[in-house]
Design a protein. Structure first.
Length: 220
């Protein structure tokens, strides 16, 4: 007789607010999955690791809306890149496949060939200064940015909502050995939807950077 898969069982966790929309909190309920013993092997890929880490962070954030900083943030080793997005609809990343319209966003170029890159290129250090200046002056949806980590080629910023203090993690990376490219990733710590907050943030930053001479590598 074929084995029956164990049912999905709701956990005894309270509902967690996703985000506020029009002043009202939106909620979702955490579900637990009991895996059957005879299920086929399922190798854990990069996206599953990110998704499971996000779920753990959500559970841990029940009484702390800011959540915890995910362990997978930073430049990944194999291949060198920023992390992929989880399956939720509250993240954009240049590491995603260009066919993923939900999560993909194109990288930026701070010395575009059809702009200042031809006549007046700037250094990576100068580009980092311009990026920080724009981050500190651009606050879409009234999120408060805080620079939490800065290296020669990497920047991590936390954006906090004005209500309840939800936190989004935004990373910027200047890959070595490539033309003047900046990769980035913007993701919410809690919930499944962000009402396009991360995508709007990236767009607002790009538009202000374009005033300084930056450009997107493709349409967004």
């Amino acid at each position: 007789m074929a084995s029956m898969a164990s049912p999905r069982i709701p956990c005894n966790y309270p509902k967690i607010p996703r985000r506020f929309q029009n002043g009202a909190p939106q909620f979702f309920t955490i579900l637990c999955c009991r895996q059957g013993q005879n299920e086929p092997n399922d190798p854990i890929g990069r996206r599953k690791i990110v998704l499971r880490s996000s779920q753990i962070a959500t559970i841990g954030a029940i009484f702390n809306f800011s959540g915890s900083k995910p362990d997978y943030l930073g430049v990944q080793k194999n291949p060198p890149s920023l992390a992929l997005c989880p399956a939720t609809r509250n993240c954009v990343s240049t590491s995603e496949n260009i066919t993923d319209r939900t999560h993909y966003a194109p990288p930026w170029n701070y010395n575009p060939e059809e702009g200042r890159g031809r006549s007046n290129p700037i250094s990576r250090e100068e580009a980092m200064e311009e990026l920080i200046e724009v981050i500190e002056s651009t606050k879409p949806d009234h999120f408060t940015p805080r620079i939490m980590e800065k290296k020669d080629d990497y920047l991590r910023v936390e954006y906090e909502t004005p209500v309840l203090g939800f936190v989004d993690d935004v990373e910027f990376w200047f890959p070595p050995g490539r033309k003047s490219i900046v990769e980035y990733r913007s993701a919410s710590r809690v919930g499944n939807f962000d009402f396009d907050a991360n995508r709007k943030r990236i767009k607002a930053l790009r538009q202000d950077l374009e005033k300084k001479g930056w450009a997107s590598e493709s349409s967004f």
